[in-house]
Each structure stands twice: as structure tokens, then as C-alpha cells.
Write a protein that binds this ligand. Sequence first.
Ligand SMILES: Cc1ncc(COP(=O)(O)O)c(C=O)c1O
Length: 313
Amino acid sequence: MQQSQLIWMNGRLRKWEDAKIHVLTHALHYGTAIFEGIRCFRTEDGSAVFRLNDHISRLYDSAKIYMMDIPFSPKEIVNAVKETVEVNSLQECYVRPIAYYSYGEMGVNPLPNRVDVAIAAWEWGTYLGKDAEEKGVKCQVSSWKRVNSAILPPQAKATANYANGSLAKIEAVKAGYDEAIMLNLNNNVTEGTGENIFRLKDGILSTPPASDGALRGITRDTVIKIATDNGMTVRRNTISREELYTSDELLLTGTAAGITPIREVDGRRIGNGKWPYADKIRKEYSDVIHGRNRKYRDWLDYVVLERKVKVRA
Ligand SMILES: Cc1ncc(COP(=O)(O)O)c(C=O)c1O
């Protein structure tokens, strides 16, 4: 990974290499951490963090589910995210706030442990590969089913959920695919391991509802708004495995992955191998995140990159 300089830990800035935790940290053993993935983009008016308040609000929702008392207010975390980008002088970057049950007591019950918070920011290119957005990706429907609300709540962005995603990703990558698509226990589509999914058929865009196990992705919401603005019909409805294969276009959406077309699922070419709708949505999305679409300026939180830094060990 592309290392930067400073990481925010519980209100202090530490050097990247000193941002360490104890090996007996509760979250490391029991998956009791919640996190966000956010991006900051360059715009004509300087760098701006995209939909920061929405990400932090989802972080606090995740914390609520895990009865995690984050010892900072949402406003403090919003400011800390901006500070982390600023002190690292990053014009474009990925930001990872994480809150976790920390060191103190071992055992499955996390509640006796302190909650710690860290925020790292670094340069991170397109998650699914350099050419993914242009050439599309190859996906495999995973043999691993997505976690659901009866087992592990998918709406909490908890590290534990990503063990489920990692199993699917390992299976897909080992079989020569770029990404896995996970079904729920009813064999309906949920999402990728780090992205939401959209299907285009006969000019109608659809995406699985949260009740089928999809994360309420912030990029998903952005795409729904952009597509609606462009006069498209957008539905949140159940998508079956076979409907994946017969789609005219499929796209993955996420903060890390951006808007990435899927060119193949389980060896079946999607549509005619072209994705005009995905290209249009990606262009509109690019305009929004880079501040070229005035309608969505409120989604941009500008940062000031020349801040002086005081590192406390
Ligand atoms: C499992 C999963 N689904 C969907 C998404 C996309 O969400 P967002 O657009 O908020 O990044 C992510 C990324 O956070 C994810 O990890």
C-alpha cells in the first residue's frame, strides 16, 4: 500500500509506523470493529471529501448495532477525517475510520473493553484494478452465501462481515475471477464483497433492496439519484441469479471500486459486451465527485491542505 505520514488515533496524530495496537486487542480476536471507507477527490476549488456526513452517520449506526460507545461526537470524527487528509497533504485519497473494542478483557463479551478510534488516509487507485472501469471485470457467483440479519447484520460495516466476504473473494480470485457476487439464503443476489450491484435490463436499472442483504451503499444511493436525474427508471428489487446472466449491463458500485462494469459472470458474457449506460453513469458520477455538477455541491466537504502538524507520541 501507498504509505502516508500520519494516522489519527484517539485524538492524536501518530507517525504512520507508530500507529500500533496491542496483539490482544478484542477486535483482532473477535471481529468487533466497525469502519468506513471514504474518498477525497480533487475538484476545481480544491480537494473535497465526498459525502462525509453520510459516511460518519453510517459509522454511528454500525456502532449502535454493536453497542459501541464511540468516545467522540460525529462532528469530532468528521473534523478528524478532514484533519487526517489535511496533515498528510493528500489531494486525492481513500480514508479509513475504524472504531474497535480495544485491549482490556479477553472473552467474547466486548463490553468491558474501551472503544478506540483510528483514522488513516492514503493514496489508493481503483480497487478492482487499473483497467477495470474501462474493460469491465469478470465475476463468479460465490458458493459462500452472504451473511444476513439473522446471523450477522449486513447493515453494520463490521470487520466480522468481511470474513464472509474474504472467503468469497479468495474462492473467486483462486478461480481466476476479479470479484465474487454473493447470493443470500434464498439464492437471490445481494452484492459484491465490497461493492453494491446494479442490473440494467430493457432500459430499467435495478439493485437488490437492503432487505435482501445489500449494504445501503453511499455510491449506490448516489447512482440512484444520478440515474433518476437522467430520466432513468430505477428500482430496488430482488434479482435472481439467472437475471444476472441475462442482463444487458451489470455494474458494481462502491467508494473503493467506483463505477465498474461487469463483463462476464460465471463464463457468460453480459449483454453484447458494451456498457453505454454504465459509461454514462460513470461520467455523471465523475462530475459529481469532482464538483462539476453544482446540484450536488453539498456532498463535498472541502479540506485545506497546507496545515501545520504537531505530532504527539
Ligand atoms: C459489502 C459492501 N457492499 C457495498 C459497499 C459499497 O458501499 P459504499 O458505496 O458506501 O462504499 C461496500 C463498501 O463499503 C461494502 O463493503
